[in-house]
Design a protein around this ligand. Structure first.
Ligand SMILES: [Zn+2]
Ligand SMILES: [Zn+2]
Length: 253
């Protein structure tokens, strides 16, 4: 299983990256997690074939995680997709995804492929994703949000989308070989981050330590580059195997 980051900023993009988004691949199955920036361009940069895209999983309905969904669907239609595509999220998110697509009347386009909206609040995804097993779990944030865990070949990848860090972790989140966790700032920012439903780099590292993760990659980073060295230092003081994000390259899980 590979994970490619397609963007790593929080709500404000900068010259090096768009909003956080990533794709999980295994065999000929690709699952896009959140859809922002220029999704087709980003998938191309990561070397992902559009025809392998099986599912779009949307963690929550904040703008930076969902706004490019109509653009992605439109481009898949323009490039001749005929296979159905699953759009997965919790009930609140899927409703917003529907409203967003309705604005552009996407499903009334001639020979539009089937968009299969599926709601999953918690638990194992019951559909087929090749030999990948996907589980989702709720995480505390300003709107209903989910984290996710992918398992294949006895390996595990866990993603904590936008969330605060002080909650009871689900069993599925433990013992990941790779954990990607949001990190919106420094220890000194923690009260302000918590108020907005976010975590610091130090808190992401504490989560990695508690969850016995193999390695941690931070994402959803603030727009000010200048605090990245301090963020990584604060995180590494708690959990040594922490890295800043790198776009497009495969993280082998
Ligand atoms: Zn966000
Ligand atoms: Zn959010």
């Amino acid at each position: 299983m590979n994970v490619h980051l397609l963007g790593y900023t929080g709500s404000v993009q900068h010259e090096d990256s768009g909003n956080v988004s990533m794709v999980v691949t295994h065999d000929r199955t690709a699952i896009l997690i959140d859809v922002s920036g220029a999704p087709v361009m980003e998938l191309n940069k990561a070397g992902i074939e559009l025809r392998d895209l099986t599912m779009v999983l949307i963690t929550h309905a904040h703008i930076d995680h969902i706004y490019a969904l109509p653009s992605l669907l439109h481009q898949l239609w323009l490039t001749g997709r005929s296979e159905s595509l699953v759009v997965l999220g919790n009930r609140f998110t899927i409703q917003k995804a529907r409203e967003l697509c309705d604005v552009f009347m996407l499903e009334q386009k001639k020979r539009m492929f089937q968009i299969v909206r599926e709601v999953l609040e918690e638990g194992v995804y019951p559909g087929t994703l090749g030999s990948l097993r996907l589980s989702v779990f709720p995480v505390p944030h300003g709107v209903p949000a989910i984290g996710c865990a992918f398992e294949a070949d006895y390996r595990k990848f866990v993603y904590f989308a936008d969330c605060t860090s002080n909650f009871t972790y689900p069993a599925i989140a433990y013992d990941a070989h790779l954990l990607i966790h949001e990190a919106g700032g420094l220890t000194s920012d923690e009260p302000a981050l918590a108020e907005k439903g976010h975590s610091s780099a130090r808190q992401a590292a504490l989560a990695a330590q508690t969850l016995h993760a193999g390695s941690l990659v931070l994402c959803h980073l603030p727009e000010r580059f200048s605090c990245y060295p301090e963020m990584i230092a604060e995180a590494k003081a708690v959990f040594e195997h922490t890295q800043l994000p790198e776009l497009y390259k495969p993280y082998e899980v």
